[in-house]
Design a protein around this ligand. Structure first.
Ligand code: 0O2
Ligand code: 0O2
Length: 210
């Protein structure tokens, strides 16, 4: 690839646009004093070194990256509760500004590593100076606990170049189970937490008006 910057420009644009749109959804929930299913949104364009690594690992020719590497543009929505994931996914399904071309449910079917998350692959139209281009974007939806676990596992994978020692792997599986238990426990007190949070938001709004 002679010019990665040029190739990745539409992906960068898609990430920026979708971040604004998804943060807008969170803002609307907050303004209407409803519990927001979105805790925070992050996004990134895959670094060139990771693109090259993944292309090699998955045998993807460089001239097929746009069609075969679905996460060149990646968005992540992190929620407080497992139940929020379904709410977010439903909301994404009703949108008309992109098309969903694939969904992968690693919540009900976790990966062997212990990874849990809900993935959607979107076909998103970007307006370029050469006209409209539809590009692939991967959207990951997961809870704070799932995010914590996968951030740690990702760092260890990086440290050990994907060959995590067996003992650490086992610990990670136990940590994944603990994260699962945490999600289960907070689900049970979800209504209490949501009520407390709406009181806090109301009082902050009243404070602003005084
Ligand atoms: P706010 O309050 O969300 O509007 P950016 O370019 O900064 O919008 P980027 O580079 O994609 O986003 O990702 P970054 O900087 O890692 O994180 C994006 C937003 O998510 C930031 O808020 C972070 O504060 C927030 N964030 C990241 N990790 C956590 C976390 O573990 N817990 C919580 N609660 N928030 C987190 P913004 O966009 O700057 O501000
Ligand atoms: P990054 O940017 O470093 O996170 P494959 O790579 O073959 O597993 P595929 O077919 O592209 O994946 O799709 P998949 O598995 O639905 O999504 C890939 C992305 O999901 C990964 O991107 C990770 O972000 C995340 N992911 C999947 N499995 C795991 C896991 O076991 N642990 C962690 N921490 N994250 C996972 P990349 O390519 O690794 O890139």
């Amino acid at each position: 690839m002679s010019n990665w910057d040029v190739f990745l420009t539409p992906y960068k644009q898609a990430v920026e646009e979708l971040k604004v749109k998804l943060k807008g959804v969170r803002e609307q929930y907050q303004k209407s004093s409803l519990h927001t299913p979105i805790e925070f949104v992050t996004g990134r364009v895959k670094p060139v070194s990771s693109i090259l690594d993944k292309a090699k690992r998955k045998n993807i020719p460089i001239d097929r990256l746009g069609e075969e590497m679905q996460d060149l543009a990646g968005l992540r929505i992190v929620t407080q509760f497992v139940e929020d994931i379904e709410t977010v996914v439903e909301l994404i399904r009703t949108r008309r500004d992109f098309e969903i071309i694939e969904e992968r449910d690693y919540i009900n079917e976790k990966k062997p590593s212990g990874y849990r998350s809900y993935h959607l692959v979107l076909r998103y139209p970007v307006q370029t100076i050469e006209g409209e281009r539809k590009i692939l974007v991967e959207l990951q939806v997961r809870t704070l606990a799932m995010n914590f676990w996968s951030t740690i596992e990702h760092s260890l994978n990086y440290k050990y170049s994907g060959e995590i020692p067996e003992e650490i792997k086992n610990r990670l599986l136990r940590a994944a189970e603990a994260a699962f238990q945490l999600d289960e426990e907070v689900s049970i007190i979800r209504d209490e937490v949501r009520e407390a949070q709406s009181i806090i938001i109301r009082e902050q709004e009243q404070g602003r008006k005084l």
